[in-house]
Design a protein around this ligand. Structure first.
Ligand code: HEC
Length: 176
């Protein structure tokens, strides 16, 4: 009888110690769970020029079709910045990934900022859940002539997504 009680006590102690260790394991986890959706705002792109500049391209690129991103001008330099140097995980960029591309030429006739943000949460299932943006020179989300924010899954009548589908195998990102 005494032995049985001892065994019961022992197994209770053992069970609670397992619970305690598994709880403290969670507490020790420094990485918060990945968000299911990231909705960018004006502050999301602040100081993008200090981010990791992971690609620079210059001159005509057949993939640009001589039109997008000032691609038909030999003097245009296209710098691509990845916030926190984000990289794909198993081929897919994490929710919250922000990529900004600044295209400019020395004369200043081309000076364009575009961005793509991994929004997640089934925002754009046919397009990897990316949201597309045009940015103003101050890095905030640009507004069209009607004052609407230039953002969305189908920005520019779907042209951003349509062209970037050529890079679908790299989660719609050409330059990394
Ligand atoms: C005609 C094709 C085409 C269209 C349209 C296009 N892009 Fe791109 N984009 C590219 C190519 C090609 C690159 C790779 C870098 C380079 O060579 O300039 C690129 C690069 C980018 C990058 C840097 C990340 C990457 O994929 O390398 C961003 C951000 C971007 N584009 C945003 C946009 C947005 C926003 C739009 C719509 C307003 C848009 N793009 C429309 C072809 C296109």
């Amino acid at each position: 009888m005494l032995k049985n009680r001892f065994l019961l006590l022992f197994s209770l102690l053992f069970a609670s110690s397992v619970i305690i260790t598994s709880c403290s394991k969670d507490d020790d986890d420094d990485n918060p769970p990945a968000p299911s959706e990231f909705v960018a705002d004006d502050n999301s792109f602040a100081s993008f020029m200090n981010w990791s500049k992971d690609a620079t391209a210059q001159g005509a690129d057949p993939a640009l079709g001589g039109m997008a991103h000032g691609g038909n001008d030999e003097t245009v330099v296209r710098d691509v910045y990845f916030k926190d140097g984000q990289a794909p995980v198993n081929g897919i960029y994490p929710v919250g990934t922000i990529i900004v591309k600044h295209s400019k030429n020395p004369e200043g006739t081309v000076d364009e900022r575009t961005a793509m943000v991994k929004r997640g949460n089934d925002f754009n299932p046919e397009g990897g859940d990316w949201e597309w943006f045009m940015l103003a020179p101050d890095g905030k989300i640009a507004k069209d002539e009607n004052g609407n924010a230039m953002r969305g899954a189908k920005l520019m009548n779907g042209m951003c997504l349509q062209c970037h589908t050529a890079a679908k195998a790299k989660d719609y990102v050409f330059s990394k």
